[in-house]
Ligand binder design. Structure first.
Ligand SMILES: [Cu+2]
Length: 130
């Protein structure tokens, strides 16, 4: 939990200091989304054999696909017809999750999984246009 808060506060301070997304280090796990009202599609995959609840702060997202294998674009049909809308979804063990959301809420938001909260690999910062 401390790492999660430290990660967010570091990102907020950088934004407060008017630092651009390019000033973030590679270890910041930054997803820079500079354009407002754009649809964003994220494919999240894991090779860890444990299911991971994924939580995106600041936005609801649509679950377009999920599975317990490696993502195969030619074998997966995205559900774009009334897909479930959530802010948390389960990433299956050794699986994938495809989500979509619109950049309609400017800010600095966390995207994280709930397993192994003390790992920096479990936390990303989503920066939408301020
Ligand atoms: Cu959360």
């Amino acid at each position: 939990m401390l790492l999660k808060l430290a990660h967010l506060s570091q990102s907020l301070l950088q934004v407060f200091d008017n630092q651009s997304a390019s000033s973030f280090s590679n270890t910041s796990n930054l997803i820079d989304l500079p354009d407002a009202n754009e649809w964003i599609y994220l494919l999240i995959e894991t090779s860890i054999p444990v299911p991971h609840p994924i939580h995106l702060h600041g936005h609801d997202f649509y679950i377009l696909a999920d599975g317990d294998t490696t993502y195969n674009e030619s074998a997966v049909t995205l559900n774009t017809s009334n897909p479930p809308r959530r802010d948390v979804a389960l990433l299956q063990s050794d699986g994938y999750l495809v989500i979509a959301f619109q950049t309609d809420n400017p800010g600095v938001w966390l995207l994280h999984w709930y397993v192994n909260l003390l790992s920096a690999r479990s936390i990303w910062t989503v920066l939408t246009k301020l």
